[in-house]
Design a binder for this molecule. Structure first.
Ligand code: SF4
Length: 383
């Protein structure tokens, strides 16, 4: 049997721009900065004081590929839970602190991997930066300065009238300068806005003015569809220019969905190795099979595929053979039959009813033959 070469490139796949050079920080065991891969984050929706529920959600996020997780810490009971959560989580836990500076110290003592502070929302924060810098520095814990359009500090709202890119950037760099005055530079920054245009401009300005690693986010991006589009457009614009070191997609949807979207955004720009990619046509009047159904069934059958595999599902012979040939695996349909391609070669022709099962069988075979490609056995669920 001929050996099948998958879509595993021998050289790194092309990217649109080199990463912007930043200083490096460590969030637990995850490096953030231009020397490290771009990480994907999410935030728990559970009450942090409900330790079991929070750990369960963190486990789900970990299984989805989340690199770093954030938990809210609005009350003392949440601060009290941080230690147990940070100890048991398999991924670094960041405590998200608004309003009460005392929880920053609680999070540092609890062993959190980092603390996110929102300068606009923490009472008398500027006056306590020295203490925070000292405690975080002693513990080796980075701080994210997370400026948010919805909670910009009053001084800047008065100065700019609204949360403009300049206002967001000034807020973040002012806060960072206070930390720097106390010798603390273990910082990453976010300047989030719900409007991708303002957000992109803010990050561009920020990137031009500092070398801190940047956490990208479109805040309150909306329900899954709208939030996915806004995040993909905004992150895509910045990442295409090499800006962004860690990302969080904010969706009004379960957090694991955010990881899927973040992962797909990075994969689409070659900033993460691609895994399963379905190349399917939109169908048209020439289609000789139900392309939507076929693409859905193949996607469902191959969900969880952990090896890079491009599968083409094409409705007719116009572009079908060409796309199917370029893919690792593909079908070009016509006359109630499907020509099955593996790496450009037609290996068989099957009746329409057998297309899905044939593709899945071939994908499993390919996965088996590439057993050592992904640091673990390939997983393919057939269903
Ligand atoms: S591959 Fe064929 S069916 Fe699909 S969009 Fe192109 S022409 Fe239409």
């Amino acid at each position: 049997m001929t050996e099948i070469g998958l879509g595993i490139p021998s050289a790194p796949p092309p990217v649109l721009a080199p990463r912007r050079k930043t200083r490096q920080i460590m969030v637990g065991n995850v490096g953030v900065g231009s020397d490290h891969p771009i990480s994907v984050q999410s935030m728990c929706t559970t009450k942090t004081h409900d330790i079991n529920a929070t750990l369960q959600q963190i486990a789900q996020l970990t299984a989805s590929g989340c690199d770093i997780v954030r938990v809210a810490c609005p009350r003392q009971e949440d601060a009290d839970a941080l230690s147990a959560i940070a100890k048991k989580s398999q991924i670094p836990v960041i405590a998200d602190i608004h309003f009460q500076p005392k929880y920053i110290f609680a999070a540092i003592d609890a062993g959190c991997a980092a603390v996110r502070v929102n300068p606009g929302n923490i009472k008398e924060f500027d006056g306590r930066v020295k203490e925070v810098a000292k405690a975080a520095g002693a513990a080796g814990i980075p701080i994210r300065i997370g400026v948010n359009a919805g909670s910009l500090d009053k001084r800047l709202m008065d100065k700019y009238g609204k949360a403009t890119p300049e206002a967001l950037v000034e807020s973040a760099l002012w806060e960072a300068s206070l930390f720097e005055e106390h010798g603390f530079g273990d910082i990453k920054i976010s300047v989030k806005h719900n409007d991708p245009v303002v957000m992109v401009e803010a990050y561009r300005q920020l990137a031009a003015q500092c070398d801190y690693p940047l956490h990208l986010g479109v805040t309150e991006a909306g329900p899954a569809f709208q939030g996915t589009i806004k995040s993909a457009v905004a992150f895509g614009s910045l990442l295409a220019d090499g800006i962004g070191d860690t990302i969080r997609v904010s969706l009004s949807a379960p957090p694991a969905e955010e990881i899927k979207v973040g992962d797909a955004i990075l994969q689409s720009l070659n900033l993460r190795p691609r895994k399963l990619e379905i190349v399917s046509c939109p169908s048209c009047g020439r289609a000789q099979v139900d392309v939507y159904k076929l693409a859905d069934e193949v996607s469902a059958g191959l969900e969880g595929m952990e090896i890079p595999l491009r599968v083409a599902v094409m409705g007719c012979v116009v572009n079908g053979p060409g796309e199917a040939r370029d893919a690792d695996l593909g079908v070009a349909s016509g006359n109630g039959k499907g020509q099955i391609f593996v790496k450009g070669e037609v290996i068989k022709t099957v009746p329409e009813a057998q297309i899905v099962e044939t593709l899945i069988t071939e994908a499993l075979r390919i996965a088996e033959e590439s057993g050592d490609t992904g640091g673990g056995a390939p997983v393919v669920s057939v269903g």
